[in-house]
Design a binder for this molecule. Structure first.
Ligand code: FAD
Length: 322
């Protein structure tokens, strides 16, 4: 018998949609461990976001403290580890976002827990399926420690549905905060009104075939018409055409939107690893033999210079006719 502590990311609007994949996993793990799901929200705004979390978990714990204003794995991990012990968790889970991947290994070390990262499925109470070789194969790993830490692939779990009844919300103290010599200096983030790449329902991504950063403006127009986030291949981010945090793929962000546009992207295996879980994929590429067309639901063999402005004009017409 053991509970599942699900570390949930949130913003001003409530739980981030990536947290719902973690909660979906947490439910299956709680059933396998005979315990309940406890959603953990840490940081400024946790109490405000707790009502949103209570729709999905029977128990919610919030932790707020001025010392937690800026995320640092060094200060957050001891809180996760302490609450896992206090609440009898045998599984501690987070979504495999950059934050989740930073935090959970540290919590695992503090808990003497085995760690499974990027998991795609729960195979049994203590074994997990995870992709290897850039998503070309899956391995099943078994973890023998009393507490198990996992990061969950957002693209592999359907978002948790709301429970009929709201969960109970409690707060817990942060305790003595120790940052072990780490210090938050500053966050260099691009300000954008677009949705976060990890949470977006629509993503418009461009590749090396866009040729330069200026040309991405046409993709941004398309994105803004659709309320989409911008993404890119590593070739485009490495070339400095667009910011590095737009990168989708094995070494970038893993996304699973309802609609993914891959424009002038060849579809290298490392890019596919980050987006092939998307529900509908539209590829625009001038070369019909590119591997992106093997995963695309809709393929347009054309130069983007012609196809994207035509697409924008059609969407504008449709919007105007409504
Ligand atoms: C360890 C490792 C990790 C990696 N991680 C990632 C990752 O996370 N994400 C990632 O994306 N890559 C990653 N890569 C790189 C990956 O292997 C590819 O090099 C990269 O994805 C290629 O990007 P691309 O498709 O934009 O470029 P290319 O492969 O050069 O493709 C450009 C495409 O544009 C098309 N094109 C050109 N002009 C036009 C036009 N006018 N109109 C329409 N189409 C046009 C071409 O036909 C071509 O298909 C990684 C590689 C390694 C080794």
């Amino acid at each position: 018998m053991g509970n599942v502590l699900a570390f949930c990311e949130f913003n001003e609007a409530g739980l981030r949609s990536s947290a719902l994949a973690n909660l979906a996993f947490a439910r299956t793990a709680a059933a396998a461990h005979g315990g309940q799901v406890i959603a953990l929200l840490v940081g400024p705004g946790a109490a405000a976001a707790s009502a949103s979390a209570a729709k999905y978990a029977p128990k919610v714990i919030t932790v707020e403290d001025p010392g937690l204003a800026a995320y640092l794995a060094e200060t957050y991990a001891p809180i996760v580890a302490r609450l896992a012990r206090e609440h009898g968790a045998t599984v501690v889970a987070a979504t495999a976002t950059s934050l989740g991947k930073d935090l959970l290994p540290r919590a695992a070390a503090l808990l003497d827990a085995g760690m499974a990262s990027d998991i795609a499925k729960l195979a049994s109470a203590n074994s997990f399926v995870r992709p290897i070789l850039a998503g070309n194969a899956y391995s099943t790993i078994e973890i023998g420690t009393p507490i198990i830490c996992v990061t969950v692939r957002q693209s592999e779990f359907e978002p948790a549905a709301e429970l009929g009844e709201a969960g109970a919300v409690t707060s817990a103290p942060a305790g003595a905060l120790e940052s072990y010599g780490a210090r938050f200096e500053r966050l260099d983030a691009q300000k954008s009104d677009r949705p976060d790449l990890g949470d977006a329902k629509v993503v418009v991504a461009g590749g090396r075939g866009m040729k330069n950063g200026e040309n991405f403006k046409v993709l941004e127009q398309l994105a803004d018409l659709l309320g989409a986030a911008m993404g890119a291949s590593r070739a485009a981010t490495d070339a400095g055409m667009v910011p590095a945090d737009w990168q989708v793929g094995q070494t970038g962000k893993i996304v699973a939107p309802n609609l993914y546009f891959a424009v002038a992207i060849s579809g290298a295996i490392q890019h596919l690893a980050g987006m092939k879980g998307s529900k509908t994929i539209v590829a625009i590429n001038k070369n019909k033999d590119e591997p992106i067309f093997q995963v695309a639901d809709y393929g347009i063999v054309a130069e983007w210079e012609k196809a994207v402005p035509e697409l924008i004009a059609e969407i504008k017409k449709l919007k105007a006719s409504r």
